[in-house]
Design a protein around this ligand. Structure first.
Ligand SMILES: C[S@@+](CC[C@H](N)C(=O)[O-])C[C@H]1O[C@@H](n2cnc3c(N)ncnc32)[C@H](O)[C@@H]1O
Length: 372
């Protein structure tokens, strides 16, 4: 039996002080009866229409249409918009959430497949990795586009940072040789591991897919456990896994830039990870979040400006000045060219994807530069 649940919209964030900026960058919710001990809750826009009262975890189906006919996509969007105008959340026979988009097609498409993702609908700030964020879905579209239009990811090793529910890594696991899904905190890591299990039938059975603790405040490399896989404990790493991760060609990250301290720790981890082992490229999706700033008396995207301060922007992705190395070089990807393969979200206009490399002096010959 399907039971309809009326939706209620989350409250909009108030103007913020600097301490509250992190909260403001995510969607802050009214904390119910406002008990002071209750942790403040935030909600991803992907879960709009889901009543905040529903505490997780829930399983949602994300349908992937592999046909990248943009005209077809547009037509579907018009239908979707009607469904999004009056969102009513439903649960299916298994108790899984039926997101509004899914109303147009409850079956897995003939030219695609359907992923099951366990997630919460709201969470405290330390547990935001239990939700699915819009940037993860845009990055999923980007990865799917690469998979259908090139062989770049085929047979590669990839590592996702701040993977949360792990959707991007799971999609990659259909074509890479190995994927490391990394995040921090047992609850988020256990939820991510659950999603690997839920989608086992869809993954490339030859791909090694593993979930690991990687806290950016502890940097890289992580501490290795002395036991060898599969006997290593929990989400720890073995020496072999660390070595394999250093030989990844692709790093991926979505929505990990929402507080300046975190951005600093993230780039510090990247510096170490990208300067060891094989040359790597990072594909990073972020949501440009605006706040009203009392000091600027204007609406600004401070978190975004801090992120940009790490990058030299160069569309040719060259290392232009060897004297100032090492540095990150970045190129913004035009997401208007990427069709929407994942149906159940509104892409919006504030998500960006960046291709980022790390330029270091070549260790062996001294003067010549290379990108790791
Ligand atoms: C907004 S969520 C994004 C999750 C997922 N990528 C998505 O977009 O759906 C931010 C992610 O960064 C992770 N994160 C926050 N601080 C971290 C840290 N110090 N080390 C590693 N991951 C961290 C969170 O656990 C969470 O998974």
């Amino acid at each position: 039996m399907r039971s309809g649940i009326e939706s209620s919209a989350p409250s909009s964030p108030p103007p913020s002080s600097s301490e509250e900026e992190t909260l403001d960058m995510l969607r802050k919710l009214d904390g119910g009866d406002g008990g002071e001990e209750e942790e403040e809750q935030v909600m991803s826009e992907v879960h709009l229409g889901c009543p905040p009262g529903l505490s997780g975890p829930y399983i949602s189906h994300f349908t992937i249409y592999l046909s990248h006919d943009i005209a077809h996509n547009r037509q579907s969007h018009e239908l979707d918009d009607e469904a999004m105008a009056s969102p009513i959340m439903e649960l299916d026979e298994d108790g899984d959430l039926v997101l509004p988009r899914r109303a147009i097609s409850s079956e897995a498409p003939s030219d695609g497949y359907s992923f099951r993702i366990q997630h919460n609908i709201t969470s405290s700030i330390p547990n935001v990795g239990l939700q699915v964020w819009r940037a993860e879905l845009v990055l999923s579209d980007f990865v799917l586009h690469k998979i259908v239009s090139s062989s770049e990811f085929h047979g590669a090793i990839a590592l996702e940072l701040g993977a949360g529910t792990g959707m991007v890594g799971l999609l990659l696991a259909r074509c890479v040789d190995a994927v490391f899904l990394t995040d921090h905190g047992n609850e988020t890591l256990e939820n991510c591991a659950k999603n690997v299990q839920l989608n086992a039938g869809l993954l490339n059975c030859k791909a090694a897919i593993s979930v690991h603790e990687l806290d950016w405040f502890n940097g890289w490399p992580p501490e290795a456990s002395t036991a060898e896989a599969p006997f290593s404990q929990g989400f720890s790493w073995t020496f072999r896994e660390i070595e394999q991760a250093e030989n990844a060609s692709f790093l991926l990250a979505a929505d990990v830039i929402y507080s300046d301290d975190l951005t600093d720790a993230f780039f510090s981890t990247l510096e170490k990870l990208m300067s060891r082992g094989s040359r790597k490229v990072l594909y990073m999706a972020l949501e440009k979040r605006y706040n009203f700033s009392l000091s600027d008396l204007d609406v600004v995207a401070n978190g975004y400006s801090h992120f940009r301060s790490y990058l030299k922007v160069d569309n040719e992705m060259e290392c232009p000045d060897s004297e100032s190395m090492p540095f990150f070089v970045g190129k913004q990807i035009d997401i208007a060219q990427i069709p929407q393969y994942v149906r159940e979200y509104e892409r919006g206009h504030d998500v960006e994807i960046w291709e980022i490399k790390y330029c270091t002096p070549r260790q062996s010959s001294g003067s010549e530069a290379f990108m790791t």
